[in-house]
Design a protein around this ligand. Structure first.
Ligand SMILES: Cc1ncc(COP(=O)(O)O)c(C=O)c1O
Length: 369
């Protein structure tokens, strides 16, 4: 018996998260310097100039541990979101916060409910805790939200063992979203002892009338946990800052399992500054809306279908040719994201790029197709 056999069985059986191909790696392989990455739903406009500005100053004292309580960031977030500081848990990315929730609630006797095609990390953190994933079949292809979460099916999976329900709104990789009435009705059906996580990583991008700001329901549902991130519209994916907003009691739990100093000093400072840059956020939202519309028009014109998206990416059905198209794009210096690991081998997920990047994508895709 080796030491590996002594590791927890659920860890040995875990499939590691497979990130998109790094741009540097592709450039090295192809010997080029102008590859474009439309694979990880990052902000193609970069980050807020205000965030970049404070990084210089914040880097002067990286020999010191960061502020373990993330005081300034939480204070500013509290003002902006109109919640108390003791309701905010900072994570090393919102993935870290999802992990804190899992570790606070899940063990071998517990179940977590989420949707087919839901963000991969829900299954990973559940399995890492030895708990069981109960996966609700997604809405069918002919429904009004193809591939989206089916809240009825999710409610049907709730059992005595359910401790956590993960909902992505909008979801990655489908881009599907849930409206206010549906989500509220669902939350009302969930027993009060079950944690409901509403993952709003793409919240700031969504500009749809029925799309809810779940924070408004925190007073009503003490079991609600809303997670958000600085990795997407704020353009700080490389600095790893995300957060949860919940009741102070839940926040207190998460702070017990949280690693001390899980928010790094550069990330905390940049996130704090980015929050004040409404102009950058607005510009990013508008640029994304234009880009998404342009992509939809282009694929419509080609007769290629896609899943309607509320995020900063479009998941496009290329059918049997998906893998070939992915490889052909790579050879031409464009990285997109296969989603076969989501059991969607017919699709590629393409992040919304700048206008120039999208023109390059259309040209190359036009040639390949
Ligand atoms: C739905 C969803 N939730 C959470 C995350 C985690 O992002 P981060 O850990 O960078 O905050 C992502 C990242 O792609 C996502 O798509």
């Amino acid at each position: 018996m080796s030491v590996i056999d002594s590791a927890l069985v659920q860890i040995r059986q875990l499939h590691p998260y497979s990130p998109g191909k790094p741009i540097e790696e592709l450039e090295r392989e192809l010997g080029i310097s102008n590859a474009i990455k439309l694979a990880s739903n990052e902000n193609p406009l970069g980050c807020s100039p205000l965030a970049r500005e404070v990084l210089q100053q914040a880097s002067e004292h990286i020999e010191l541990y960061p502020d373990a309580n993330a005081y300034y960031l939480k204070q500013r977030l509290g003002e902006k979101l109109r919640v108390e500081v003791n309701q905010i848990t900072i994570g090393n990315g919102s993935n870290d916060v999802l992990d804190l929730v899992a570790r606070s609630f899940l063990d071998a006797s517990a179940e977590a409910v989420f949707s087919q095609y839901a963000f991969m990390v829900y299954g990973m953190v559940t399995q890492a805790c030895g708990a069981t994933s109960k996966i609700a079949t997604a809405r069918d292809r002919n429904s009004e939200s193809p591939y989206g979460h089916d809240l009825e099916a999710m409610a049907d999976l709730i059992s005595d063992k359910t401790r956590v329900i993960f909902i992505a709104n909008p979801n990655n990789p489908t881009g599907t979203w849930l409206g206010s009435d549906a989500l509220l009705a669902f939350a009302e059906r969930v027993p009060a002892h079950i944690a409901i996580v509403v993952d709003e990583a793409y919240f700031e991008y969504v500009d749809l009338e029925q799309y809810p700001d779940s924070l408004q329901w925190l007073d009503r549902f003490p079991n609600l946990i809303v997670t958000r991130t600085f990795s997407k519209i704020y353009g700080l994916a490389g600095l790893r800052v995300g957060y949860a907003v919940s009741s102070p009691e839940l926040c207190d739990l998460f702070n017990r399992v949280r690693q001390p100093f899980n928010g790094n000093s550069l990330g905390l400072a940049a996130a704090r500054a980015a929050l004040d840059d409404d102009a950058f956020v607005d510009k990013s939202r508008h640029s994304n809306a234009r880009g998404l519309q342009s992509m939809q028009h282009w694929f419509d014109a080609q007769g290629i279908s896609y899943i309607r998206s509320a995020g900063n990416f479009l998941t496009v059905r290329f059918g049997d040719s998906s893998q070939r198209i992915y490889q052909d794009l790579l050879q031409r210096g464009i990285i997109v994201r296969p989603v076969a690991n989501y059991d969607m081998p017919d699709f590629l997920r393409i992040s919304v790029g700048t206008e120039d990047q999208l023109q390059q994508l259309y040209q190359v895709l036009g040639e390949i197709l």
